[in-house]
Ligand binder design. Structure first.
Ligand code: 6PG
Length: 473
Protein backbone atom coordinates (compact mmCIF):
# COMPACT_ATOMS: atom_id res chain seq x y z
CA UNK A 1 0.00 0.00 0.00
CA UNK A 2 1.28 3.49 -0.88
CA UNK A 3 0.12 6.43 1.19
CA UNK A 4 -2.81 8.40 -0.28
CA UNK A 5 -3.31 5.79 -2.97
CA UNK A 6 -7.04 4.98 -2.70
CA UNK A 7 -9.98 7.20 -3.65
CA UNK A 8 -12.56 5.88 -1.21
CA UNK A 9 -12.58 4.16 2.16
CA UNK A 10 -15.09 1.66 3.55
CA UNK A 11 -15.36 0.87 7.24
CA UNK A 12 -17.26 -2.35 7.93
CA UNK A 13 -16.58 -5.25 5.58
CA UNK A 14 -19.66 -7.35 6.30
CA UNK A 15 -21.66 -8.52 3.29
CA UNK A 16 -23.05 -5.06 2.50
CA UNK A 17 -19.74 -3.21 2.92
CA UNK A 18 -17.76 -5.82 1.00
CA UNK A 19 -20.24 -5.89 -1.87
CA UNK A 20 -20.30 -2.09 -2.10
CA UNK A 21 -16.49 -2.06 -2.29
CA UNK A 22 -16.60 -4.53 -5.18
CA UNK A 23 -19.38 -2.54 -6.86
CA UNK A 24 -17.33 0.68 -6.57
CA UNK A 25 -14.31 -1.08 -7.98
CA UNK A 26 -16.36 -2.42 -10.92
CA UNK A 27 -16.93 1.22 -11.81
CA UNK A 28 -13.24 2.06 -11.79
CA UNK A 29 -12.82 3.39 -8.25
CA UNK A 30 -9.95 2.33 -6.03
CA UNK A 31 -11.14 1.49 -2.53
CA UNK A 32 -9.55 0.72 0.81
CA UNK A 33 -11.55 -1.33 3.29
CA UNK A 34 -11.19 -1.58 7.04
CA UNK A 35 -12.66 -4.05 9.50
CA UNK A 36 -11.58 -4.94 13.00
CA UNK A 37 -12.17 -8.58 12.20
CA UNK A 38 -9.33 -10.27 10.33
CA UNK A 39 -11.70 -12.80 8.84
CA UNK A 40 -13.75 -10.05 7.17
CA UNK A 41 -10.55 -8.48 5.87
CA UNK A 42 -9.48 -11.84 4.46
CA UNK A 43 -12.85 -12.30 2.77
CA UNK A 44 -12.48 -8.98 0.97
CA UNK A 45 -8.88 -9.81 0.01
CA UNK A 46 -10.09 -13.09 -1.46
CA UNK A 47 -12.95 -11.43 -3.41
CA UNK A 48 -10.68 -8.59 -4.55
CA UNK A 49 -7.99 -10.79 -6.13
CA UNK A 50 -5.90 -8.57 -8.39
CA UNK A 51 -8.30 -5.60 -8.25
CA UNK A 52 -7.20 -2.22 -6.90
CA UNK A 53 -8.70 -2.86 -3.50
CA UNK A 54 -6.83 -2.68 -0.19
CA UNK A 55 -8.09 -4.39 2.93
CA UNK A 56 -6.70 -3.98 6.44
CA UNK A 57 -7.58 -4.34 10.09
CA UNK A 58 -5.23 -1.48 11.02
CA UNK A 59 -7.17 1.78 11.24
CA UNK A 60 -4.05 3.99 10.94
CA UNK A 61 -2.91 2.18 7.81
CA UNK A 62 -6.42 2.45 6.40
CA UNK A 63 -6.57 6.22 6.96
CA UNK A 64 -3.07 6.72 5.55
CA UNK A 65 -3.97 4.78 2.42
CA UNK A 66 -6.67 7.28 1.41
CA UNK A 67 -6.32 10.25 -0.91
CA UNK A 68 -7.04 13.56 0.85
CA UNK A 69 -9.47 15.10 1.49
CA UNK A 70 -10.71 11.65 2.40
CA UNK A 71 -14.12 10.14 1.69
CA UNK A 72 -14.97 7.32 4.08
CA UNK A 73 -18.16 5.29 4.03
CA UNK A 74 -19.38 3.52 7.16
CA UNK A 75 -21.33 0.29 6.88
CA UNK A 76 -21.49 -0.90 10.45
CA UNK A 77 -24.54 -1.92 12.52
CA UNK A 78 -26.69 1.06 13.53
CA UNK A 79 -26.45 2.30 17.11
CA UNK A 80 -23.52 2.78 19.42
CA UNK A 81 -21.01 1.11 17.10
CA UNK A 82 -21.37 4.07 14.72
CA UNK A 83 -20.44 6.44 17.57
CA UNK A 84 -17.53 4.26 18.63
CA UNK A 85 -16.16 4.21 15.08
CA UNK A 86 -16.51 7.99 14.75
CA UNK A 87 -14.77 8.52 18.07
CA UNK A 88 -11.86 6.34 17.12
CA UNK A 89 -11.62 7.68 13.60
CA UNK A 90 -12.10 11.43 14.09
CA UNK A 91 -8.65 12.13 15.64
CA UNK A 92 -7.00 10.52 12.60
CA UNK A 93 -8.85 12.67 10.08
CA UNK A 94 -8.07 16.12 8.73
CA UNK A 95 -9.85 19.18 7.35
CA UNK A 96 -12.61 18.54 4.79
CA UNK A 97 -12.57 14.78 5.16
CA UNK A 98 -16.05 13.36 4.62
CA UNK A 99 -17.71 10.61 6.62
CA UNK A 100 -20.80 8.94 5.13
CA UNK A 101 -22.88 6.77 7.44
CA UNK A 102 -24.50 4.33 5.03
CA UNK A 103 -26.19 2.12 7.65
CA UNK A 104 -29.77 2.15 8.91
CA UNK A 105 -29.13 4.79 11.58
CA UNK A 106 -32.07 6.40 13.34
CA UNK A 107 -32.40 9.92 11.92
CA UNK A 108 -32.26 11.48 15.40
CA UNK A 109 -28.87 9.78 15.97
CA UNK A 110 -27.76 11.23 12.65
CA UNK A 111 -28.86 14.67 13.87
CA UNK A 112 -26.77 14.25 17.03
CA UNK A 113 -23.72 13.18 15.02
CA UNK A 114 -24.13 16.14 12.65
CA UNK A 115 -24.23 18.47 15.64
CA UNK A 116 -21.25 16.81 17.26
CA UNK A 117 -19.12 16.90 14.08
CA UNK A 118 -20.17 20.47 13.25
CA UNK A 119 -17.62 21.52 15.90
CA UNK A 120 -14.87 19.89 13.81
CA UNK A 121 -13.73 20.43 10.23
CA UNK A 122 -14.97 17.00 9.18
CA UNK A 123 -18.10 16.71 7.03
CA UNK A 124 -20.81 14.15 7.77
CA UNK A 125 -23.61 12.72 5.68
CA UNK A 126 -26.39 10.25 6.57
CA UNK A 127 -26.97 8.01 3.56
CA UNK A 128 -29.70 5.39 3.27
CA UNK A 129 -28.81 2.36 1.16
CA UNK A 130 -31.38 -0.23 0.15
CA UNK A 131 -31.22 -3.41 -1.83
CA UNK A 132 -29.70 -6.00 0.43
CA UNK A 133 -26.70 -8.06 -0.63
CA UNK A 134 -27.32 -8.11 -4.34
CA UNK A 135 -28.30 -4.44 -4.42
CA UNK A 136 -25.03 -3.50 -2.76
CA UNK A 137 -23.10 -5.63 -5.24
CA UNK A 138 -24.88 -4.71 -8.47
CA UNK A 139 -26.75 -1.47 -7.82
CA UNK A 140 -28.65 -0.28 -4.76
CA UNK A 141 -31.04 2.60 -4.36
CA UNK A 142 -29.14 5.29 -2.46
CA UNK A 143 -30.77 7.99 -0.32
CA UNK A 144 -28.22 10.65 0.61
CA UNK A 145 -28.85 13.56 2.93
CA UNK A 146 -26.54 16.28 4.20
CA UNK A 147 -24.90 19.43 2.85
CA UNK A 148 -25.61 19.70 -0.89
CA UNK A 149 -22.16 21.05 -1.80
CA UNK A 150 -20.54 18.15 0.03
CA UNK A 151 -22.80 15.68 -1.81
CA UNK A 152 -21.40 16.98 -5.10
CA UNK A 153 -18.02 15.51 -4.15
CA UNK A 154 -19.49 12.00 -4.23
CA UNK A 155 -22.40 12.32 -6.65
CA UNK A 156 -20.56 10.85 -9.67
CA UNK A 157 -19.41 7.82 -7.71
CA UNK A 158 -22.84 7.23 -6.13
CA UNK A 159 -24.55 7.56 -9.50
CA UNK A 160 -22.11 5.07 -11.00
CA UNK A 161 -22.70 2.40 -8.36
CA UNK A 162 -26.46 2.86 -8.00
CA UNK A 163 -29.20 0.91 -9.77
CA UNK A 164 -30.44 2.42 -13.04
CA UNK A 165 -33.97 2.63 -14.40
CA UNK A 166 -34.20 3.77 -18.03
CA UNK A 167 -30.59 4.91 -17.62
CA UNK A 168 -31.55 7.16 -14.71
CA UNK A 169 -29.52 6.54 -11.54
CA UNK A 170 -31.45 5.55 -8.43
CA UNK A 171 -29.74 8.18 -6.31
CA UNK A 172 -30.10 11.89 -5.86
CA UNK A 173 -29.46 14.38 -3.09
CA UNK A 174 -32.62 14.37 -0.98
CA UNK A 175 -32.21 17.17 1.53
CA UNK A 176 -30.10 18.60 4.34
CA UNK A 177 -29.32 17.08 7.74
CA UNK A 178 -30.77 13.65 8.37
CA UNK A 179 -33.10 13.72 5.31
CA UNK A 180 -31.42 10.64 3.79
CA UNK A 181 -31.83 8.49 6.87
CA UNK A 182 -35.39 9.73 7.37
CA UNK A 183 -36.34 8.71 3.83
CA UNK A 184 -34.67 5.31 4.33
CA UNK A 185 -36.63 4.82 7.55
CA UNK A 186 -39.91 5.50 5.73
CA UNK A 187 -38.79 3.18 2.92
CA UNK A 188 -38.49 0.45 5.54
CA UNK A 189 -41.87 1.33 7.03
CA UNK A 190 -43.43 0.86 3.60
CA UNK A 191 -41.42 -2.37 3.27
CA UNK A 192 -43.04 -3.66 6.48
CA UNK A 193 -46.51 -2.75 5.17
CA UNK A 194 -46.02 -4.43 1.80
CA UNK A 195 -44.56 -7.59 3.35
CA UNK A 196 -47.50 -7.89 5.74
CA UNK A 197 -49.99 -7.41 2.89
CA UNK A 198 -48.30 -10.07 0.79
CA UNK A 199 -48.30 -12.47 3.72
CA UNK A 200 -52.03 -11.87 4.20
CA UNK A 201 -52.65 -12.71 0.54
CA UNK A 202 -50.62 -15.89 1.08
CA UNK A 203 -52.74 -16.73 4.13
CA UNK A 204 -55.96 -16.33 2.19
CA UNK A 205 -54.75 -18.33 -0.81
CA UNK A 206 -53.36 -21.12 1.40
CA UNK A 207 -56.16 -21.41 3.95
CA UNK A 208 -59.24 -20.31 2.02
CA UNK A 209 -58.10 -21.30 -1.48
CA UNK A 210 -56.38 -24.48 -0.26
CA UNK A 211 -53.42 -23.82 -2.54
CA UNK A 212 -50.19 -25.75 -2.29
CA UNK A 213 -46.75 -24.23 -2.75
CA UNK A 214 -46.60 -25.03 -6.47
CA UNK A 215 -49.89 -23.22 -7.04
CA UNK A 216 -48.74 -20.33 -4.86
CA UNK A 217 -45.53 -20.11 -6.86
CA UNK A 218 -47.57 -19.98 -10.08
CA UNK A 219 -49.96 -17.30 -8.76
CA UNK A 220 -47.17 -15.01 -7.53
CA UNK A 221 -45.14 -15.53 -10.72
CA UNK A 222 -48.17 -14.56 -12.77
CA UNK A 223 -48.89 -11.58 -10.55
CA UNK A 224 -45.33 -10.41 -11.00
CA UNK A 225 -45.97 -10.09 -14.74
CA UNK A 226 -48.93 -7.76 -14.20
CA UNK A 227 -49.94 -4.73 -12.14
CA UNK A 228 -48.19 -6.09 -9.02
CA UNK A 229 -44.80 -6.33 -10.73
CA UNK A 230 -42.31 -5.69 -7.93
CA UNK A 231 -39.27 -7.06 -6.17
CA UNK A 232 -41.23 -8.36 -3.18
CA UNK A 233 -43.76 -10.25 -5.33
CA UNK A 234 -40.90 -11.68 -7.39
CA UNK A 235 -39.00 -13.03 -4.39
CA UNK A 236 -42.25 -14.35 -2.91
CA UNK A 237 -42.77 -16.47 -6.04
CA UNK A 238 -39.22 -17.79 -5.68
CA UNK A 239 -39.70 -18.56 -2.01
CA UNK A 240 -42.61 -20.95 -2.70
CA UNK A 241 -40.43 -22.92 -5.12
CA UNK A 242 -37.48 -23.32 -2.75
CA UNK A 243 -36.83 -26.90 -1.61
CA UNK A 244 -35.67 -27.61 1.94
CA UNK A 245 -32.21 -29.15 2.16
CA UNK A 246 -33.00 -31.02 5.38
CA UNK A 247 -36.34 -32.59 4.50
CA UNK A 248 -38.33 -33.37 1.38
CA UNK A 249 -40.61 -30.41 2.01
CA UNK A 250 -40.67 -26.91 0.66
CA UNK A 251 -38.56 -24.64 2.83
CA UNK A 252 -41.40 -22.16 3.45
CA UNK A 253 -43.34 -24.86 5.32
CA UNK A 254 -40.40 -25.55 7.62
CA UNK A 255 -39.88 -21.91 8.70
CA UNK A 256 -41.25 -20.85 12.08
CA UNK A 257 -44.14 -18.36 11.80
CA UNK A 258 -42.50 -15.80 14.06
CA UNK A 259 -41.00 -12.75 12.35
CA UNK A 260 -38.07 -10.75 13.66
CA UNK A 261 -37.35 -7.06 13.23
CA UNK A 262 -34.46 -4.68 13.69
CA UNK A 263 -36.88 -1.89 14.40
CA UNK A 264 -37.00 0.52 11.46
CA UNK A 265 -40.72 -0.13 10.90
CA UNK A 266 -41.43 0.71 14.53
CA UNK A 267 -39.33 3.89 14.24
CA UNK A 268 -41.49 4.95 11.30
CA UNK A 269 -44.67 4.38 13.30
CA UNK A 270 -43.29 6.19 16.35
CA UNK A 271 -42.28 9.22 14.38
CA UNK A 272 -45.56 9.32 12.46
CA UNK A 273 -47.45 9.17 15.78
CA UNK A 274 -45.36 12.08 17.05
CA UNK A 275 -46.13 14.09 13.93
CA UNK A 276 -49.79 12.98 14.02
CA UNK A 277 -49.64 11.58 10.51
CA UNK A 278 -51.80 8.45 10.06
CA UNK A 279 -49.93 5.46 8.58
CA UNK A 280 -52.18 2.62 9.79
CA UNK A 281 -50.97 -0.09 7.41
CA UNK A 282 -47.39 0.39 8.60
CA UNK A 283 -48.52 0.49 12.24
CA UNK A 284 -50.45 -2.75 11.91
CA UNK A 285 -47.57 -4.40 10.07
CA UNK A 286 -45.33 -3.66 13.07
CA UNK A 287 -48.00 -4.98 15.46
CA UNK A 288 -48.39 -8.15 13.42
CA UNK A 289 -44.66 -8.85 13.58
CA UNK A 290 -44.97 -8.40 17.35
CA UNK A 291 -48.00 -10.69 17.50
CA UNK A 292 -46.28 -13.32 15.38
CA UNK A 293 -43.63 -13.65 18.07
CA UNK A 294 -46.26 -14.76 20.63
CA UNK A 295 -46.19 -18.24 19.16
CA UNK A 296 -46.82 -20.19 22.37
CA UNK A 297 -49.69 -17.94 23.46
CA UNK A 298 -51.26 -18.22 20.03
CA UNK A 299 -51.05 -21.99 20.16
CA UNK A 300 -52.78 -22.01 23.54
CA UNK A 301 -55.44 -19.58 22.38
CA UNK A 302 -56.09 -21.78 19.35
CA UNK A 303 -57.30 -24.49 21.74
CA UNK A 304 -59.66 -22.09 23.53
CA UNK A 305 -61.02 -19.55 21.11
CA UNK A 306 -63.21 -20.65 18.25
CA UNK A 307 -63.66 -18.84 14.96
CA UNK A 308 -66.54 -19.20 12.54
CA UNK A 309 -65.73 -22.74 11.46
CA UNK A 310 -66.80 -21.78 7.93
CA UNK A 311 -64.94 -22.83 4.81
CA UNK A 312 -64.50 -20.98 1.55
CA UNK A 313 -66.60 -22.55 -1.16
CA UNK A 314 -66.31 -19.89 -3.83
CA UNK A 315 -64.40 -19.98 -7.08
CA UNK A 316 -60.61 -20.24 -6.62
CA UNK A 317 -59.80 -18.39 -9.84
CA UNK A 318 -62.11 -15.57 -8.89
CA UNK A 319 -60.37 -15.39 -5.51
CA UNK A 320 -56.98 -15.08 -7.19
CA UNK A 321 -58.27 -12.39 -9.54
CA UNK A 322 -59.85 -10.40 -6.71
CA UNK A 323 -56.80 -10.73 -4.52
CA UNK A 324 -54.54 -9.37 -7.25
CA UNK A 325 -56.61 -6.20 -7.38
CA UNK A 326 -56.97 -6.14 -3.60
CA UNK A 327 -53.21 -6.30 -3.12
CA UNK A 328 -52.76 -3.59 -5.73
CA UNK A 329 -55.21 -1.36 -3.88
CA UNK A 330 -53.59 -2.00 -0.51
CA UNK A 331 -50.07 -1.53 -1.78
CA UNK A 332 -50.97 1.83 -3.32
CA UNK A 333 -52.48 3.03 -0.04
CA UNK A 334 -49.32 1.90 1.79
CA UNK A 335 -47.10 3.95 -0.51
CA UNK A 336 -49.60 6.81 -0.09
CA UNK A 337 -49.21 6.67 3.70
CA UNK A 338 -45.41 6.63 3.48
CA UNK A 339 -45.41 9.51 1.01
CA UNK A 340 -47.82 11.49 3.15
CA UNK A 341 -45.54 11.00 6.15
CA UNK A 342 -42.61 12.27 4.07
CA UNK A 343 -44.69 15.27 3.01
CA UNK A 344 -45.46 16.36 6.57
CA UNK A 345 -42.08 15.35 8.03
CA UNK A 346 -40.38 17.40 5.34
CA UNK A 347 -42.22 20.50 6.54
CA UNK A 348 -41.63 19.76 10.23
CA UNK A 349 -37.93 18.93 9.90
CA UNK A 350 -37.27 21.41 7.06
CA UNK A 351 -35.97 18.72 4.70
CA UNK A 352 -37.61 20.30 1.64
CA UNK A 353 -38.02 16.83 0.14
CA UNK A 354 -39.00 16.42 -3.51
CA UNK A 355 -41.40 13.48 -3.43
CA UNK A 356 -41.06 12.98 -7.18
CA UNK A 357 -37.33 12.37 -6.75
CA UNK A 358 -37.94 9.91 -3.95
CA UNK A 359 -40.43 7.89 -6.00
CA UNK A 360 -37.96 8.01 -8.85
CA UNK A 361 -34.98 6.60 -6.91
CA UNK A 362 -37.19 3.90 -5.38
CA UNK A 363 -38.06 2.54 -8.84
CA UNK A 364 -34.87 0.45 -8.90
CA UNK A 365 -32.40 -1.21 -6.56
CA UNK A 366 -34.41 -1.05 -3.34
CA UNK A 367 -36.62 -3.57 -1.59
CA UNK A 368 -39.86 -1.66 -2.33
CA UNK A 369 -39.17 -1.20 -6.04
CA UNK A 370 -42.35 -1.78 -8.04
CA UNK A 371 -43.97 -0.75 -11.31
CA UNK A 372 -46.50 1.34 -9.42
CA UNK A 373 -43.71 3.76 -8.47
CA UNK A 374 -43.77 5.04 -12.04
CA UNK A 375 -47.37 6.24 -11.48
CA UNK A 376 -46.42 7.63 -8.08
CA UNK A 377 -43.55 9.55 -9.58
CA UNK A 378 -45.83 10.97 -12.28
CA UNK A 379 -48.38 12.01 -9.65
CA UNK A 380 -45.76 14.06 -7.76
CA UNK A 381 -44.33 15.41 -11.01
CA UNK A 382 -47.80 16.79 -11.87
CA UNK A 383 -48.40 18.09 -8.34
CA UNK A 384 -45.18 18.41 -6.33
CA UNK A 385 -47.04 19.67 -3.26
CA UNK A 386 -49.52 16.82 -3.01
CA UNK A 387 -50.05 15.87 0.63
CA UNK A 388 -51.81 12.63 -0.27
CA UNK A 389 -51.32 10.95 -3.63
CA UNK A 390 -54.67 9.12 -3.39
CA UNK A 391 -56.33 12.26 -4.75
CA UNK A 392 -54.15 12.31 -7.86
CA UNK A 393 -56.48 11.56 -10.81
CA UNK A 394 -54.54 8.54 -12.09
CA UNK A 395 -53.85 7.03 -8.66
CA UNK A 396 -57.43 7.74 -7.53
CA UNK A 397 -58.82 6.01 -10.63
CA UNK A 398 -56.77 2.91 -9.86
CA UNK A 399 -58.01 2.84 -6.27
CA UNK A 400 -61.63 3.29 -7.29
CA UNK A 401 -61.26 0.58 -9.92
CA UNK A 402 -59.89 -1.99 -7.44
CA UNK A 403 -61.87 -1.09 -4.31
CA UNK A 404 -64.62 -3.69 -4.83
CA UNK A 405 -62.01 -6.44 -4.97
CA UNK A 406 -60.43 -5.43 -1.70
CA UNK A 407 -63.88 -5.36 -0.13
CA UNK A 408 -64.55 -8.85 -1.50
CA UNK A 409 -61.26 -10.26 -0.28
CA UNK A 410 -61.80 -8.83 3.19
CA UNK A 411 -65.33 -10.26 3.30
CA UNK A 412 -63.96 -13.72 2.65
CA UNK A 413 -61.41 -13.29 5.42
CA UNK A 414 -64.07 -12.10 7.86
CA UNK A 415 -66.46 -14.92 6.93
CA UNK A 416 -63.98 -17.69 7.57
CA UNK A 417 -61.88 -15.98 10.24
CA UNK A 418 -58.62 -15.34 8.43
CA UNK A 419 -56.94 -12.20 9.76
CA UNK A 420 -56.28 -9.55 7.11
CA UNK A 421 -55.44 -6.59 9.33
CA UNK A 422 -53.24 -4.67 6.90
CA UNK A 423 -55.69 -5.09 4.04
CA UNK A 424 -58.52 -3.98 6.31
CA UNK A 425 -56.48 -1.01 7.47
CA UNK A 426 -55.76 0.01 3.93
CA UNK A 427 -59.44 -0.02 3.06
CA UNK A 428 -60.39 1.82 6.25
CA UNK A 429 -57.73 4.43 5.46
CA UNK A 430 -59.20 4.91 1.99
CA UNK A 431 -62.77 5.05 3.27
CA UNK A 432 -61.82 7.47 6.07
CA UNK A 433 -59.72 9.74 3.91
CA UNK A 434 -62.51 10.07 1.34
CA UNK A 435 -65.09 10.84 4.07
CA UNK A 436 -66.00 14.50 4.14
CA UNK A 437 -67.67 13.74 7.46
CA UNK A 438 -66.30 11.46 10.15
CA UNK A 439 -67.89 10.74 13.53
CA UNK A 440 -65.22 12.71 15.39
CA UNK A 441 -67.87 15.20 16.49
CA UNK A 442 -68.96 12.54 18.97
CA UNK A 443 -65.41 12.18 20.26
CA UNK A 444 -65.24 15.95 20.74
CA UNK A 445 -68.55 15.88 22.60
CA UNK A 446 -67.34 13.06 24.85
CA UNK A 447 -64.08 14.89 25.59
CA UNK A 448 -65.98 18.02 26.47
CA UNK A 449 -68.47 16.03 28.55
CA UNK A 450 -65.94 14.28 30.78
CA UNK A 451 -63.02 16.68 30.64
CA UNK A 452 -64.31 20.13 29.66
CA UNK A 453 -61.89 19.99 26.72
CA UNK A 454 -64.17 22.28 24.65
CA UNK A 455 -65.24 21.81 21.05
CA UNK A 456 -65.66 23.79 17.85
CA UNK A 457 -68.97 24.10 16.02
CA UNK A 458 -69.71 23.69 12.36
CA UNK A 459 -72.03 26.74 12.16
CA UNK A 460 -69.93 29.48 13.84
CA UNK A 461 -66.36 30.30 14.87
CA UNK A 462 -65.07 30.02 18.39
CA UNK A 463 -64.47 27.48 21.10
CA UNK A 464 -67.40 26.15 23.14
CA UNK A 465 -68.02 24.23 26.32
CA UNK A 466 -71.30 22.74 27.52
CA UNK A 467 -72.37 21.62 31.01
CA UNK A 468 -73.67 18.45 29.45
CA UNK A 469 -75.80 16.52 31.92
CA UNK A 470 -77.10 19.59 33.81
CA UNK A 471 -78.49 21.10 30.59
CA UNK A 472 -80.26 17.90 29.68
CA UNK A 473 -82.03 17.63 33.02
C1 6PG B 1 -33.14 -2.66 2.65
C2 6PG B 1 -33.67 -3.39 3.85
C3 6PG B 1 -32.58 -3.52 4.87
C4 6PG B 1 -32.82 -4.58 5.92
C5 6PG B 1 -33.89 -4.20 6.90
C6 6PG B 1 -34.54 -5.36 7.57
O1 6PG B 1 -33.71 -1.62 2.34
O2 6PG B 1 -32.18 -3.14 2.03
O3 6PG B 1 -34.72 -2.70 4.39
O4 6PG B 1 -32.34 -2.25 5.39
O5 6PG B 1 -33.05 -5.80 5.33
O6 6PG B 1 -33.25 -3.44 7.88
O7 6PG B 1 -35.31 -4.82 8.57
P1 6PG B 1 -36.01 -5.63 9.72
O8 6PG B 1 -34.93 -6.45 10.38
O9 6PG B 1 -36.52 -4.58 10.61
O10 6PG B 1 -37.04 -6.45 9.05
Amino acid sequence: MNEKEYQYGMIGLGTMGRNLVLNMNDHGYSVAGFDKSNSQVDLLKKDAGERKIYATSDLNEFVKSLKTPRVIMLLVPAGKIVDEVIQELAPLLSENDLLMDCGNSHFTDTNKRIEQLAKSTIHFMGVGVSGGESGARYGPSIMPGGPKDVYKRVSDMLEAISAKVNNEPCVTWLGPGSAGHYVKMVHNGIEYGLMQLISEAYHLLKEAGGMNDNELHDVFSKWNKGILHSFLIEITADIFAQKDELTNNRLIDMILDSAHQKGTGGWTSEDAMGLQVPIPVIDIAVSMRDLSAYKKERQLAQQKLEGTGKKFNGDKNALVASLEQALYFSMITTYAQGMSLLYFASKEYKFDLKLENIASIWRGGCIIRASILEDIRSAFSRQPDLSNMMVDDTVGQKLMHSQMDVRRAIQIGIEIGIPLPAMMSSLAYYDSYRSGWLPANLIQAQRDYFGAHTYERNDRDGVFHTHWNQENK
